[in-house]
Design a protein around this ligand. Structure first.
Ligand code: B12
Length: 211
């Protein structure tokens, strides 16, 4: 897989759409679409991010690569599943962060697994808290890729406690993967390490809510 990831990264950087499609098709023969996203697209983007951090790759290349990946992911993961489960009220948001792809993937995976949830898009702390309370959410999924955005989850949790609402917070994204205790420090109820993990997490929380 490592070699495929490198080929995928090279194809992204040279904007070689044909090669990208061919690599995805090849991987789709042995893996499900979500696994292709998680094992090919996400690691290639991570490599590109690291390249940018080391000064080898321009931000414009990071941007173009992510735009292409957004389109590929849109094609691969259905936004809707015909079957909907009986479930708690939930929503997903990207909190004060312009990195939207993780949110998009988790939203798509949950919906294609039969869960219904709202996509709040990109929000700030105050709008998010008000919306979540107005919508009577039971579970709020928050995606952040910037450390300072991840730290703002603490304020969301603080406001929920102050307003005495019990909304479970599930977080995910790079800062929580770099620092394994961060999700607890910001007062989240759970951490989702990948989009596919979100399905099991929601099922567990649903069990806790109904017991
Ligand atoms: C693509 C990218 C961009 C694109 C984003 C385009 C878009 N529409 O999303 C652009 C070019 C716009 C961008 C801009 C910037 N970026 Co940027 N970017 C990245 C990069 C390379 C990849 C991120 C990505 O999309 N990954 C693919 C997605 C699918 O992965 P993911 O989000 O982790 O999601 C997976 C899991 O984490 C999980 N998940 C995610 N969220 C959730 C939520 C829940 C509830 C659950 C269950 C699971 C879950 O599921 C997903 C699928 O499995 C990362 C590098 C990295 N290592 O992450 C840097 C990175 C995140 N960026 C970074 C920075 C610094 C910036 C900029 C400040 C750069 C600048 N100087 O302008 C800006 C700021 C933008 C802002 N204000 O928000 C830093 C953040 C560092 C930090 N500690 O805060 C990183 C880590 C790069 C680095 N190594 O330094 N970026």
């Amino acid at each position: 897989m490592e070699r495929k990831v490198i080929s995928f990264e090279e194809a992204l950087l040279s904007l070689d759409h044909q090669k990208l499609k061919a690599l995805i098709e090849q991987s789709s023969q042995t893996e499900t679409n979500i696994h292709v996203v998680e094992n090919l697209i996400v690691p290639a983007l991570e490599r590109i991010g690291n390249g940018w951090e080391q000064g080898d790759i321009a931000l414009s290349q990071v941007y173009m690569s992510s735009r292409i990946c957004e389109e590929l992911v849109d094609d691969m993961l259905p936004v809707q599943s015909p079957e909907r489960k009986n479930q708690p009220k939930m929503a997903i948001t990207s909190l004060e962060d312009y990195h939207l792809m993780g949110k998009r993937i988790v939203y798509s995976v949950l919906r294609s697994s039969g869960f219904e949830l709202q996509d709040y898009g990109r929000t700030t702390v105050d709008t998010l808290v008000n919306k979540a309370i107005d919508d009577k959410l039971q579970i709020l999924l928050i995606s952040t890729l910037m450390l300072h955005s991840a730290l703002r989850v603490k304020e969301v949790n603080h406001q929920f406690l102050q307003k005495q609402v019990n909304i479970k917070i599930v977080v995910g994204g790079a800062p929580f993967l770099f620092d394994h205790n961060l999700w607890r420090e910001v007062g989240a109820d759970a951490l989702g390490k990948s989009a596919s993990a979100s399905v099991g997490l929601i099922s567990t929380i649903m069990g806790e809510l109904s017991s």
